[in-house]
Design a protein around this ligand. Sequence first.
Ligand code: GCU
Length: 613
Amino acid sequence: MISFRFVWFSLVFLTGTASATAMSDAIPNVYAQTRLSLNGKWRVIVDPYDTGFYNYRRIPYDQSDPIKGGYALDLKARTPSDLVEYNFSTSQTLLVPRDWNTQDDKLFYYEGSVWYQREFSYRPTSPDSRLFVYFGAANYRADVYLNGRRLGTHIGGFTPFNFEITGRLKDGPNSLVVRVNNTRLKEGVPTDSTDWWNYGGLTRDVFVVEMPATYVATHDIQLARGVPDRIAISIRLDGSAASSTPVTVSIPGLAFEARLTPGADGAARGEFPVAAGKLRRWSPESPKLYDVTIAAGDALVTERIGFRTVETRGPDILLNGEPVFLRGISIHEENPLRGGRAWSEEDARLLLGWARELGCNFARLAHYPHNEHMARVADELGIMLWEEIPVYWTIQWENPDTLANARRQLAELVHRDRNRASVIIWSVANETPVNDARTRFLGTLVADVRALDPTRLVSAAMEPHHEEHAPDTRIIDDPLGALTDIISFNQYIGWYDGLPEKCDRIRWDIRYDKPVFISEFGGGALEGFHAAPDVRYSEEFQEELYRRTLPMLERIPAWRGATPWILADFRSPRRPLPGIKDGWNRKGLIGESGAKKKAWFVLRDYYEKKAGE
Ligand code: GCU
């Protein structure tokens, strides 16, 4: 059907698509910036065939096409004869932030595109200000348009991103349109197979953020490594005056003030003494946070930062130079009481409050970057964190685009949380198959994270194996262990590997002289299902498994902590068992109703004893 439409498209296509703005580093410390919240009800169009993104020849529209520019144009029929086959203003609504799966039964399993649209007006407080539209995350791909013009695309479902919209706002309402597509992809990060629910949508906060003409794009303020009582500061300004605006960093609680002069690239760095013995280190027992301000011309950043050091020495993990045992728990980003992705400060206080109640000083935020509130609340509560990117299971190790995607997500995570004292471990992978391509891929990520942030430990959740001739000896010799600071691995003796009594005869052969960390262990139980301890899925089975696992781990001389799998039951499409799982992974110590299972008390008592040692 060669038609007027085809002619239009070829003309427009040849003139190139609308320009997209470069995606700058996400605005740091966004909750302290001048901003307009775009949270609330958005109009949405569910678009399983991507009718709003491709023409009938499956070629992406260019919004300049006045006839069929796709949903991004947010067209309205002007006359009764106009051909417009969508209408945001009369479409259904969904809440932002929230996943779409738990807002509409028709979307519970939905994987595909949903178009979000809302209008907003914004008048900058200063004519020199710069404006950005900021997203805490969108799972998995987001194509963003303002007033019919493409701003750009972000790929990765768990890290923040923004596009500059300075000078692009109209007086009066502006139309913001976002296509979010959560289709799982073999080349994706994560790949198309995971053990968690593929929640799609604008799952975190959305803001219009107003920044000064020259603003603080990156700040990193930490204790200098290897020398006492010095603070290392690294700042990068962005804007026309970036190389000529002096920077002052103040920490009133320490009577500390440092002045830095940026170079031609807008970057400034230095180490500065702090009054000896005046600085109270951050720790779980004393999570001291200092008010920090960064002033640079019209830019003023206010932060709350804790100062601590973390390192390893032989088999020990040292926090502020002292050995520490990580009494942890793994956490998925779900609020089981409400269902769906957790996203708010209240959700963070619920999940980390449970961890505190369990006696934890540590948590593993699995298997992807959680929302920013988690690290900020952990800073306050004194809970150390393991944060990770979703390089999970069978990633496409030989695909350069997949590697670039993983590297970008890692950089976006480090950029966002680099000032959070609670974060002590960056992890680059979970349960990945041992082969050369994978170890090269992960080696690149380890090198990246050491370059981005040499102040924290690097890890990955590896897996044990055994040899036929020694069935009860578990070996850890993954070549990745040569690159990481700690030897972390998931082990499921007594659940996937034999029954709980097997724990009693297991021996460990760990081929590295580094701290050993058990990044997962556990088993499933349906809350309220009680039976003899040999009845799988009973609370008693899970309780017995915990009882037998802990002494087995104590036989590892360099054992320095664990994050049992998992704090609370969470949804997974891999768990269909009717009457027991019904689409939930039941390894939680807390059930979907919030009830604590019997194994919770085994771990809580164990951590209480460990804390007293
Ligand atoms: C693996 C994996 C988890 C998964 C767990 C399980 O260790 O890392 O994501 O949920 O096993 O099987 O429950």
